[in-house]
Structure formats: structure tokens, C-alpha cells
Design a binder for this molecule. Structure first.
Ligand code: IPM
Ligand code: MG
Length: 368
């Protein structure tokens, strides 16, 4: 059997720094666990624009379609703010999501015990938190037509369209119900059925999928604004949240802060199974390129490391090793190691991006 293949796209800003730490973990698996990944690397985002005049070269797109999994760092930066919309760094990421048809974006928000004091919410609100946001990733207002900025009389109009087909809602709902069955068996679906027709259809289809194929899972519905409020009030009421592309973008950033730092949150974007049975997959931290701290060794590599753990679990059927990586992260946090985003408590040991990666590798060694 051939080695599992990975395409690494470090991207912009802190992307390359955090990805360098993931590369150490990948190397560790080759050295210590006898799992060698065939790794190739390429450009996405602003750096791809600098090199090729496009945020994602066709060759890179083709490679992404062929590998078992893509690992992405982050894209974007102020340098690219004035670029035409069609070649902005973010378009590279959106093209990957769309053309790989990665419709189910899994964004877990877990609060590690060692960080419960760090959240801006009270400790008892977040301690032990373990929720999973399933964000629809290939449709909705991010991709709906018509879109653009048009001239209407003597002023311009900005247009985007929220659009969901029944089958798009159906398949992401199934992903959420399947996940819930492996967790606490509860799904809360969020939309704005009170003001949006797409929300009415969303609610109807999620309910139908539930009634037909997942009656054993507990399903509730919530308006997304109320959901945002409940996420801050008592997040532990949730198990799996399923929602559309835009609401998922917002709610997952909010959920990230429950865990103490945006630097902690991984994600998996999954599509339909490929010929080898593995889902099309891209793994990336939820945080962005953080240009303000790029290149200073301040970035927290944990979100990116945990994204690789998700790859082990969802692409390579290595659930035990995924847990091993997660436990190693938990260990270094319990030992008090903190990157700049997590400083503030007494007794913490400040570490750089690469020291954090080394510490996770050491904790992996200790796990053997
Ligand atoms: C995310 C990001 C992206 C999004 C950007 C970088 C295009 O915010 O993954 O949450 O809006 O989806
Ligand atoms: Mg976002």
C-alpha cells in the first residue's frame, strides 16, 4: 500500500510558522509510529498571487484534488487589501472549498481545563465545554448568484444572494446527525426562518432528514441570533450545532473565544468519499493569517496541530493517534506553557511558536 499523501499549503502571515510545527509532528509519526506521509508543499493566497498572479494556481488545485488530505495554514494580509476581488487571497481558499466540494466544515470548540480561567467568560460556563459546529461550506451567501456591485441610477448597489438547494441542506444535515451519534446525540440547527425563506427551507429539510433517518437523535431549532446569545450564556447546552455558511462563520468565531483563544481552534472540511473511501478533505486552523504578529515567533501553533489531529481521525482512520496528539497538547497546556495569545496568568511559562511545537513533540515521545 502506498503512503498516505498530504498537500501542505502554509499560505500567508503566521501560516508558514504554525505549519512548520505541524511538519515536526508529521515527522514524528514517520520516526516513531512508522506512518510515513508523502508530503508535498505549494502556495495559496497572497504568496501564490505574488508568484503566479493568482491566489491558487490550476496546478495546485489539481494536486489538491489528488492527495488524501490538504493541510492549509492561513491566507490574506493588508498587502493584498487593494487587489481586485477576484484575485484576493481568500479567493484561493474559497476555490479549494468549492471545487473540492467540501460541504461539511467541522469546527469543534473544546475548552482545555488548563485554559478555563483564560476565557473571557466565567470558568463554570466554559469548563469542560465540548461542542461541534458543523458549518455548510460550499453554498449560501458566499457563492450565491447574482452577486456584485452594480450601478443603479446614480448610486451603486452591492448584491449577494443567499441560496440553498434541498440537497445541499440535506447532505450537511446528515453529516451533523452522523457526528451527533458518536457524541451526545443532540443536534441544534440554526437559521433565521423568521425572516429568510432560505431559513424556512433549511428548517424544513433538517427536520425531514431527522424524521426519516435519524429519529434517535435529539433535534432542536434556534434562530441564529438567539443561538449566538445562548452560545455566550450557556454554551454547554449544545452538542452539535448545524448551520449555514455565513452564520457558521460568525458563530464559530464566537465559539472560539469560549475556549480562551482563537489560536486553539482546528477545523476539518469534508466532502464526499473518494474512490479510496476517504473523504475529500482539507484541514485548517480557524484563525486567520494574523499579519500583525507574523514572523515574530508569537503565533500559537496549537490550532494547526489540532487540525492535523483531525486529519488523522477523519482522513486516515487513526483515531487513537489523533487522541494521542490532543492529549499531548493538553499536557503542554497543563504544564503551563503559553504562547503570547495565552499569556496573562501567574506561573505560566511563555514560549515561542517553535518551542510550543517542540514541547508537543516531547509530550508525544512521553506518550509512547
Ligand atoms: C473562515 C474565514 C474564511 C471565511 C475567510 C478567510 C475566507 O473567516 O474560514 O472562517 O470567511 O470562511
Ligand atoms: Mg471566519
Amino acid at each position: 500500500m502506498s503512503n498516505p499523501s498530504l498537500l501542505i499549503l502554509p499560505g500567508d502571515g503566521i501560516g508558514p510558522e504554525v505549519m512548520a510545527e505541524v511538519t515536526k509532528i508529521i515527522g514524528w509519526f514517520g520516526d516513531k509510529r512508522g506512518v510515513t506521509f508523502d508530503v508535498s508543499e505549494d502556495l495559496v493566497g497572497g504568496c501564490a498571487y505574488d508568484a503566479h498572479g493568482t491566489p491558487l494556481h490550476d496546478d495546485t488545485m489539481a494536486k489538491a484534488q489528488e492527495v488524501d488530505a490538504v493541510l492549509l495554514g492561513a491566507v490574506g494580509g493588508p498587502k493584498y487589501d487593494d487587489l481586485d476581488f477576484s484575485v484576493k487571497p481568500e479567493r484561493g481558499l474559497l476555490r479549494l472549498r468549492k471545487e473540492m466540494d467540501l460541504f461539511a466544515n467541522l469546527r469543534p470548540a473544546q475548552c482545555f481545563d488548563a485554559l478555563a480561567d483564560f476565557s473571557s467568560l466565567k470558568k463554570d460556563v466554559v469548563a469542560g465545554l465540548d461542542i461541534m459546529i458543523v458549518r455548510e461550506l460550499t453554498s449560501g451567501i458566499y457563492f450565491g448568484e447574482p452577486r456584485g456591485i452594480i450601478q443603479e441610477g446614480n448610486e451603486r448597489v452591492g448584491i449577494n444572494t443567499q441560496r440553498y438547494t434541498e440537497s445541499e441542506i440535506d447532505r450537511v444535515a446528515r453529516s451533523a446527525f452522523e457526528l451527533a451519534r458518536k457524541r451526545s446525540n443532540r443536534v441544534c440547527s440554526m437559521e433565521k426562518a423568521n425572516v429568510m425563506e432560505s431559513g424556512v427551507l433549511w428548517r424544513e429539510v433538517v427536520q425531514r432528514v431527522h424524521d426519516t433517518d435519524y429519529p434517535d437523535v435529539e433535534l432542536s431549532h434556534m434562530y441564529a441570533d438567539a443561538g449566538a446569545m445562548q452560545l455566550c450564556r450557556w454554551p454547554k447546552q449544545f452538542d452539535v450545532i448545524v448551520t449555514d455558511n455565513l452564520f457558521g462563520d460568525l458563530l464559530s468565531d464566537a465559539a472560539a473565544m469560549l475556549t480562551g483563544s482563537l489560536g486553539m481552534l482546528p477545523s476539518a472540511s469534508l466532502g464526499a468519499p473518494m474512490a479510496n473511501g476517504r473523504p475529500k478533505a482539507l484541514y485548517e486552523p480557524v484563525h486567520g493569517s494574523a499579519p500583525d504578529i507574523a514572523g515574530q515567533g508569537k503565533a500559537n501553533p496549537i490550532a494547526c496541530i489540532l487540525s492535523f489531529a483531525m486529519a488523522l481521525r477523519y482522513s486516515f482512520d487513526m483515531g487513537e493517534d489523533a487522541t494521542r496528539v490532543e492529549k499531548a497538547v493538553e499536557q503542554v497546556l497543563a504544564d503551563g506553557l503559553r504562547t503570547a495569545d495565552l499569556l496573562g496568568e501567574e506561573g505560566a511559562t511563555p514560549v515561542s511558536t517553535s518551542e510550543m511545537g517542540d514541547a508537543v513533540v516531547a509530550a508525544l515521545d512521553a506518550s509512547l
